[in-house]
Design a protein around this ligand. Structure first.
Ligand code: GDP
Length: 608
């Protein structure tokens, strides 16, 4: 085979293509948008240089220029395309791709976050934003599905898509009003998350404000604007970062078994060149992998029927490109980590250490010092990190992490929580296998395993489980929860057996189940509240200044008028246990003033 990739680049370009990934909530239109951008060439019938690569699509500068011509033609100064094009990672929304690293920093130079204009910002989008903020990755937002605004008029199908500015002029005022209102809602949502956002053509400063670009993945409207913003933003913000370096920079995208080739790795070569026969070092689940490239593969430019394998072999490939590598011992390679080539002056041991660093820092920093938490497993480092970020945002600690399938020892570790914190006796496993015997073992031990293939669904499932567990744990201790209150007796309906009093709540909250006593009579117990009635209607609780009839399960022999009188006050009996239970399970039902009252009552009962 001819060395197509190498030969097509006679002159070494000064810049490399920025790497772009597409993120956002499910169903916002990520796939559709990518397809639509990719179809620019299919529809025109000319290749346009857009090439399908392994795991990525390359959009050359001239194809972008053609799409954005209508936008830049009228500009005073024509945009200069410095970069040779854009390399867009193909698998959208796959959490593991949004967090890929090359040499410790994010692989993606820029991201497109897709938001459904009809739905606004959704949970998975918040997660993506967290990740981008953490990695300091710049991004633009595609406000997608504009065509769903009421009575939106879309242009006829055309291989050159219509800029948003043109679309906007075609719309009736009512439609534009809806568009504006929805856009403003999204801007407010961004503000709530701590981001300044503005429509891209109203953006006062791209360094402080995120650009929103209205798009339709159905009609292609706004795609020229999107491409232009991507190029402008990368060129303005990171020209230096985009110099093509001689040094190799590459990231493992995916580990895949391919018939006839064995286990292969799909990589994105971000910088530098790679050759057949090169010795490489990659991060493995069971330690570093040192191997030799057997074949460097890219898809055939045209799918010829007579071609036996779908791949073309190369002797050398230059950045930026998506490539499949075939070599020995790649079974345990970890996606989302760097790939290094052993140079003539390199010490393999140094490279091995370097390649394991990303993984070790992620794994080490994840585990909570309390010794309590859930167990997390994932197929890639990126998806593992996405899960960790999610758990952190939910305030759920982690007690163990790992890559690859669930083992018996993972179940054993999770089972430790059954005694310490039962709700955490579970394993969140994303995209990893669990053998039937291990599942059975987990069931026997009482360890719950969550194994959904979609990270978002996995998170939903886990949250539902956690809510259920919290509710269960709360119910189990409900009797111990004594809410604080001080009451005045205003009437005696029944002096004994059972004691029924009319009381006015002076402070705090009187609840069914609360144990009350008479502080002026040596904390004499009046009994637990069995029922509460407000004007003849049963109620669960009564707050400050409400008057209610209270029925107690008083001890035998207690008579109002004998051991205590109407003049006495009643207070809740608080204890260390009751306070701990309130803190652990009933925070959401306690007011700030209730906690202050607890503090006061503690002194009555000498609770430390
Ligand atoms: P993903 O989960 O984010 O990849 O979303 P998809 O690309 O699969 O799109 C989800 C659904 O939304 C599909 O039914 C699409 O046809 C639809 N969709 C995506 N983009 C648009 C758009 O711009 N306009 C309209 N009307 N529908 C869209």
């Amino acid at each position: 085979d001819a060395d197509a990739a190498g030969a097509s680049e006679p002159e070494r370009p000064k810049y490399r293509a920025p790497v772009c990934c597409v993120m956002g909530h499910v169903d916002t239109g990520k796939t559709k948008l990518l397809d639509k951008i990719r179809r620019t060439n299919v529809q025109t019938g000319e290749a346009g240089g857009i090439t399908q690569q392994i795991g990525a699509t390359f959009f050359p500068a001239d194809a972008i220029e053609r799409q954005t011509d209508a936008l830049t033609r009228t500009a005073k100064k024509k945009m200069e395309m410095l970069v040779p094009g854009l390399l867009v990672i193909d698998t959208p929304g796959h959490e593991s791709f949004s967090n890929l690293r090359s040499r410790g920093s994010s692989l993606c130079d820029i991201a497109i976050v897709v938001v459904d204009l009809m739905h606004g910002i959704e949970p998975q989008c918040v997660e993506s934003l967290e990740m981008l903020r953490k990695n300091k990755t710049p991004f633009v937002v595609a406000l997608n599905k504009i065509d769903r605004c009421y009575a939106w008029k879309s242009p006829a199908d055309s291989p050159i898509y219509q800029p948003f500015k043109v679309s906007q002029k075609e719309q009736e005022q009512a439609t534009l009003n809806e568009f504006k209102a929805r856009t403003n809602d999204v801007i407010v949502q961004f503000a709530e998350l701590g981001f300044n956002a503005a429509l891209y053509y109203e953006n006062p400063d791209y360094r402080t404000h995120i650009s929103l670009i209205p798009t339709s993945a159905h009609t292609g409207e706004g795609i020229p604007d999107l491409l232009l913003m991507l190029v402008q933003l990368t060129q303005r913000m990171m020209a230096k970062q985009l110099y093509l370096q001689p040094e190799l920079e590459a990231t493992v995208l995916e580990v895949k078994a391919v018939p006839g080739l064995g286990t292969t790795i799909d990589i994105i070569l971000v910088n530098g060149s790679i050759r057949e026969g090169d010795e490489i070092v990659v991060c493995g689940m069971e330690g570093p992998i040192h191997t030799k490239i057997r074949a460097l593969l890219t898809p055939h430019p045209m799918k010829e029927l007579r071609v036996k394998t779908p791949y073309q072999h190369h002797k050398v490939v230059h950045a930026a490109q998506g490539i499949k590598i075939s070599a020995h011992n790649l079974e345990n390679a970890v996606a989302g980590t760097s790939l290094l080539v052993v140079g003539p002056d390199d010490d393999v041991e140094d490279l091995k250490e370097e390649v394991m660093e990303d993984m070790e820092t992620v794994l080490e920093s994840a585990v909570d010092k309390s010794g309590e938490g859930v167990f997390v497993k994932a197929s890639t480092l990126g998806s593992l990190e996405a899960l960790l970020i999610f758990l952190q945002s939910e305030g759920v600690p982690v007690n163990g992490v790992g890559l690859g399938p669930i083992h018996k020892k993972d179940v054993n570790k999770a089972a430790i929580m059954l005694d310490r914190k039962p709700r955490y006796a579970c394993i969140l496993a994303f995209n990893v296998a669990i053998a039937p015997d291990i599942q059975l073992y987990a069931n026997q031990r009482g360890v719950t395993c969550f194994t959904n293939e979609t990270i978002y669904r996995l998170e939903e499932e886990f949250l539902r489980y956690l809510d259920g567990k919290k509710q269960e744990e709360k119910e189990a201790v409900r009797d111990l929860a004594i809410f604080p209150c001080i009451c005045n007796i205003v009437a005696v309906f029944n002096a004994r057996n059972p004691v029924v009093l009319g009381v006015e709540v002076e402070q705090g909250v009187l609840r069914i189940g609360s144990l009350l006593c008479v502080p002026s009579k040596g904390n004499l117990e009046v009994g637990r509240v069995i029922s509460l009635q407000d004007n003849g209607i049963d109620v669960e609780e009564a707050r400050e200044t409400t008057q209610v009839a209270v029925k107690f399960d008083s001890p035998h022999g207690l008579t109002v008028g004998r051991q205590f009188t109407e003049e006495d006050k009643l207070i809740s009996v608080v204890s260390r246990d009751s306070i701990d239970v309130l803190k652990a399970h009933f925070r959401d039902e306690m007011r700030k003033s209730d906690w202050i009252l607890i503090k006061k009552l503690k002194t009555v009962f000498n609770v430390i």
